[in-house]
Design a protein around this ligand. Sequence first.
Ligand SMILES: O=P(O)(O)OC[C@H]1O[C@H](O)[C@H](O)[C@@H](O)[C@@H]1O
Length: 364
Amino acid sequence: MAGEKPSVELCKGVNGLDKVVLRDALGSSAEVYLFGGHVTSWRTDHREELLFVSNKAIFKPPKAIRGGIPICFPQFSSHGNLEQHGFARNKFWSIDSDPPPFPSDSSSKTFVDLILKPTDDDFKIWPHRFLSFSQQFLLLVCHFVSCFLFFFFCFLIMLDSFLLQVASTCVNKYLIFYYSYEFRLRVALGLGGDLMLTSRIRNTNADGKPFSFTFAYHTYFSVSDISEVRVEGLETLDYLDNLKERERFTEQGDAITFESGVDKIYLSTPTKIAIIDHEKKRTFVLRKDGLPDAVVWNPWDRKAKAMPDFGDDEYKHMLCVEAAAIEKPITLKPGEEWKGRLELSAVPSSYCSGQLDPRKVLQG
Ligand SMILES: O=P(O)(O)OC[C@H]1O[C@H](O)[C@H](O)[C@@H](O)[C@@H]1O
């Protein structure tokens, strides 16, 4: 593969879904499905797959693909009114042929730009606490109708308040305002086959209204054996434990190892986290920017069995470490843009007499 020209190719993937394949001159590659703006493959120059995708993954919209790097936006997990992890991973993205310049990625020639934005017929279920003009108008009509009835039938006073209450419930529940936004995603292969994802989210509301969101790159790393893996960079940090109703705890001082299911949101994490795979003698290094939190997730055996698109034993060969912004939602005023960047490298572990040197792993 080495010596080939870098290429960016649009082709058909599983079930005829469109995907973009990136290849660099040394043979590293990545694949991105337009469905979900979802990276499903990242390979070394030796064609070794670095991301986990379940053998049972269902490549059928609108179900998100199990594995790779789903984008969680505008809501992480189930903590909000939206569907789990928001809608970005269930939508078809487009190739953005003319994006505004990305200064930070200028070194990479192998990349694709995708864009997700609401379409006219695409009512976003992204509720908000303000009422739009049409909603206010509907409330007014309800009020006039009930006032009219009031003058003619005094006993309808009670009905008036009842109608108003029903109307506002309906307005809040069913007539939902949708935010206008632009979500631009660049997926790039960097020098040495690094995988770089940059998200830029802009508030394009014309009505002056801000919106808030939470976000995660839900990265599934492929590991040899979960019991041989440790994560460095999250020691002594506070986390919210999703398995204990999001109670807040403080992590102990040692690197994180795995003996049972884990679902934790580490808060205010450093910009660099390492996943060390002893058996493979490989270390994944995550570098992130604009993403203060990090989720660590492995479903383990019981939850794995309950997931229809995940093999019973596959939990042994994956680990999610998700660069995220969750604890403090991002709020954008109209015209404002947020940027969240993730850079992934796979390097040989500095392995010596059975001991890894965390200083080497986390240096630089
Ligand atoms: O099954 P999904 O909707 O893809 O979510 C998979 C997992 O994602 C995150 O890591 C959450 O912290 C977990 O609570 C959730 O189970």
